[in-house]
Design a protein around this ligand. Structure first.
Ligand SMILES: NC(N)=O
Length: 694
């Protein structure tokens, strides 16, 4: 049993290693992206100097890469660290609930994404849809929510990663707060949204490999644990020495956990707000091919579930099981409350399982999680600022101006996120705090935003006042809950679970009720003409007949005749491959025209069917993972037998392997033609270079 007291984390790695990972890997990704962007410009029809390619990847991404992108963008530092911390505290139910709390929203978002394609396929941000439907008041309100969301997400990504790097290596938290987002900004600027998808893919591959590594170590190879049975035995002992209050028999091996259920409520609220208020999610829905958006989101949601469930279970339980062993980094003490809240449960397990190698692996996993999600966040913020603030309230922007301002905003946002994370750190706000507060702050906007793209009855009044009413109820509930349950309203108590749920539940429920009631009495016109007329800024689309730029926000320019041919023509004499557009003069025009083809070819009837199918599948999936699997075990007060625990762990292995296949193999398979073509072109190009000597 661990002694009472606390001490600092043993640092197995040097600060130089910490800086090396942050700066070195950041630079490696930047080089990769610059190389990728070069290949993309040279051998494909897509050019990142084009505004819509930069912000929406020309709406052409295939489902496998979208799936990897969703998994990657939704795998935050918190997904790894907070799921493990909650499992350490409440037992294995918490990892399941963390998975539920993030997955069901992605399922519902899959249905909403079909509606985006039907009703506003030319939009770049969800805020443009709000503006087109409701006007300025709602646009400003939801822009505020989107920016609050970006700040909470960015803070938790950067702070979670910096705290882990600091605990493992001693590198300064403040320095990491700046170095992480700045390194990410460099590669995002180099490659735009398509580049972040490619980086997401690379990150996801590395992340899954590290998850497999820890799972095999915990359940098969580690001398300290090494089998499911020995994990089970140590957890039974832990329940005797440090039982969990509110769990059946104080056990870590039960779904009957009061703190687990409370965590479920908080994580579901936090997850809904993190999906619907985050432009990063809409950006991905907009970036995908219309016909595959929903499938990609479904696959993404199911794949993502494996990460908190499998990783949280493995690392949270390993940390609990091994905390009395000398290899544990705070031995002979358990982790303090502040160390747990800072997200150090998984790093502690990694070190206890694999020593220095484990420290390096968790460092890499945290870095990958933070960078891939933060890259999505940087693009999201730049889209909001450029399209919804500059383009809407300052002046119309041409495509070139959009790209210029996007680059500048990404660079400034990266520096600001560094400063913002330092402010939070100085205010003693950490990953756990931000996790609980996210639902409180953002749930009132979830349903009004979701219905904006999907329900014709929504009106300016129902969206605006529904959100405001939910916000007021949520804030009152938050303060009252904190005061009644914890006795005093202060920073620490406000982010405790009962306070958080007293704020997020009324925020979600009351805003939903108010929105529905107001929409009944003050219905909208069910007219989607304005949202379907939204078009993003591009070199061609944003210039009117006199060559003047038109609004980057809504340009209802008529669609041009199709003039793009998708074929790549190989010049037999030069052996170099070029994208040839028979009429377009520049790659920018090629992007533009390709995209317009996609927009023109939308089959609304088919998309409506996709919407209905996605709604049915996501509701069924939500029922299964939220009620059918866990609730009977909760109601029966079931404590896992060794046999059932083995089944549970094997199921998590299978799920994580399937998820890995979706995210790693599918994107490569789908792009096999392009990959082979680029490889052939590269080989041909290299041969010519050798022959001609330049
Ligand atoms: N992305 C989350 N909720 O971990």
């Amino acid at each position: 049993m661990s002694q009472a007291g606390e001490r600092e984390f043993t640092k197995l790695l040097s600060p130089a290693t910490g800086y090396g990972v942050v700066v070195g890997l950041g630079a490696a990704f930047a080089v990769l992206m610059i190389g990728f962007t070069y290949l993309q410009r040279r051998f494909t029809r897509f050019d990142t100097n084009n505004a819509s390619e930069f912000a929406t990847a020309s709406r052409s991404i295939k489902p496998g890469l979208i799936c990897a992108g969703i998994v990657s963008a939704w795998t935050w530092s918190a997904t790894l660290l907070q799921s493990s911390a909650a499992t350490y505290q409440s037992g294995l139910s918490a990892a399941w609930w963390y998975g539920v709390g993030g997955t069901i929203q992605i399922g519902f978002f899959a249905a909403i994404a079909a509606k985006v394609k039907m009703n506003a396929n030319g939009a770049t941000t969800f805020l443009q849809i709000c503006k087109a439907r409701y006007g300025t008041g709602c646009h400003i309100l939801f822009t505020f929510y989107a920016l609050v969301c970006a700040h909470i997400v960015a803070g938790s990504l950067v702070l979670g990663a910096s705290a882990t790097i600091n605990a493992l290596t001693g590198a300064s938290i403040e320095a990491c707060n700046f170095l992480l987002p700045i390194g990410i900004a460099i590669y995002v600027i180099a490659g735009g949204l398509r580049a972040t998808f490619i980086c997401d893919f690379t990150h996801t591959v590395i992340l899954f490999v590290i998850i497999y590594l820890f799972m095999f170590s915990a359940y098969a190879t580690s001398p300290a644990l090494g089998s499911i049975s020995s994990m089970y035995k140590l957890l039974v002992e832990a329940a005797q020495t440090t039982p969990v209050e509110g769990n059946e028999q104080g056990s870590y091996l039960t779904m009957k956990s009061n703190s687990g259920i409370l965590f479920a409520g908080c994580t579901i609220a936090s997850g809904f707000s993190g999906v619907f208020c985050d432009q990063g999610y809409w950006q991905r829905a907009i970036a995908s091919r219309p016909e595959s958006t929903t499938r990609a989101y479904m696959l993404g949601g199911l794949s993502w579930f494996a990460i908190p469930w499998a990783f949280g279970t493995t690392m949270g339980l390993s940390s609990r099981a091994l905390q009395s062993t000398p290899a544990y980094p705070t031995y002979p003490y358990a982790l303090s409350a502040s160390q747990q809240s800072a997200g150090l449960v998984a790093p502690a397990a990694a070190v206890a399982l694999l020593g220095k190698g484990g420290a390096v692996a968790i460092l890499l996993a945290t870095f990958m999680a933070a960078t891939s999600a933060a890259s999505a966040e940087l693009i999201a913020v730049s889209s909001i600022v450029v399209y919804d603030i500059f383009g809407t309230y300052w002046k119309p922007l041409s495509g070139k101006q959009v790209v210029f301002w996007s680059h500048l905003v990404i660079a400034l946002a990266a520096i600001w996120f560094g400063a913002w994370s330092c402010i939070l750190h100085k205010a003693k706000i950490d990953l756990g705090w931000l996790f609980y507060i996210q639902g409180v702050c953002l749930t009132p906007a979830v349903v009004p935003i979701g219905l904006t793209v999907s329900w014709g009855r929504m009106s300016r009044i129902s969206a605006f006042y529904g959100t405001i009413f939910g916000t007021v109820c949520g804030m009152i509930g938050w303060m009252l809950g904190c005061w009644k349950v914890y006795g005093e309203i202060n920073t620490v108590n406000l982010a405790k679970p009962y306070a958080a749920i007293s704020g997020s539940a009324p925020g979600l429920v009351m805003s939903t009720l108010a929105t529905l009631i107001l929409a009944y009495f003050f219905p909208g016109s069910n007219d989607w003409t304005a949202t379907r007329a939204i078009h993003q800024a591009d070199d061609e689309a944003s210039t009117d007949s006199k060559g003047e730029p038109v609004s980057a926000h809504i340009a209802s320019a008529p669609m041009p005749e199709k003039n793009f041919t998708d074929e790549k023509h190989q010049d037999a004499n030069s052996t170099t491959v070029q994208t040839v557009d028979v009429n377009a003069e520049s790659p920018g025009e090629a992007n533009e025209t390709y995209e317009r083809e996609i927009i023109e070819e939308l089959d609304l009837g088919l998309l409506q069917k996709v919407f209905v199918r996605a709604s049915i599948i996501s509701s069924s999936m939500a029922m299964i993972i939220t009620f059918i699997v866990p609730i009977p075990m909760f109601a029966a007060h079931y404590v896992f037998s060794l046999g059932f625990f083995k089944f549970w762990i094997v199921a998590s292995f299978i799920w994580v392997f399937l998820a890995g296949s979706f995210c790693i193999i599918l994107p490569v398979w789908e792009s096999r033609v392009e990959l082979v073509s680029i490889c052939k072109s590269l080989l041909g190009f290299a041969r010519i270079k050798t022959k001609t000597g330049y």
